[in-house]
Design a binder for this molecule. Sequence first.
Ligand SMILES: O=C(O)c1cc(=O)[nH]c(=O)n1[C@@H]1O[C@H](COP(=O)(O)O)[C@@H](O)[C@H]1O
Length: 247
Amino acid sequence: MTAESSSSTSARSQTVIPIVALDVPDRMGAEAVVHQLGDACGFYKVGLELFAAEGPAIVAWLRAQGKEVFVDLKLHDIPNTVRGAARSVARHGASLLTIHASGGAEMIAAAVAGAQEGAPDGRCGILGVTVLTSTDSHGLAAAWGRTAPVDVQEEVLRLAGTVAEQGGAGIVCSGHEAAAVRSAHGDRLGLLIPGIRLPGGDAHDQRRVMTPAAAAEAGARWLILGRAVTGAADPVSAMGQVHASLR
Ligand SMILES: O=C(O)c1cc(=O)[nH]c(=O)n1[C@@H]1O[C@H](COP(=O)(O)O)[C@@H](O)[C@H]1O
């Protein structure tokens, strides 16, 4: 799959917000990215690596810089544990938090309730991760012990339905399933699309990638920019290319 592949159905009816992934080992690395990008990025993702190193203090630091924060912990546990974790993350001022949608309806509902308890103004949305962009139909079949390839779009749509029913703000999927989810759920679910690559960019360990423009056309609300920006020779110029392709 290349970054040039695109969906044929246009669903671009909303502002698309780029989020830069701070996939760095510590606060020093995060500060370097945030200072370098300056006003070119107003929304950052704190994922497992950085959160495990720095904890909630990194979220507070980003908020103090005037940035919005997506805390990507991909929670998957019993409902009571997920509810408490979501409550804590929402209290730290996150705008978005991920859980694995495969955790089931009760766990998703618990995450939504916890986020509401931690941020009663409703500012922390729960996103259900459907099928990771680093896998494909063969990878899913191998992981689940199936003999035939698994239909990724069918799984994404099934999980999206559960997230919508339980009050999640949106889902995480690749750009390749975005148009189908948009036609099933419209604006009810916001789509956060990782696996974003500039045209011709290296896919690295991702299997389902797409360019920013194609993902926007397919109906993305948020785009995750990782190595396409932070691994570029000139991250400011790469971010400029992303913004230009979203205009
Ligand atoms: O939830 C995510 O952010 C996520 C979900 C997914 O299915 N695939 C995926 O790559 N991500 C994240 O998106 C970022 C992708 O990084 P790059 O491959 O460098 O663009 C990483 O921070 C991943 O943790």
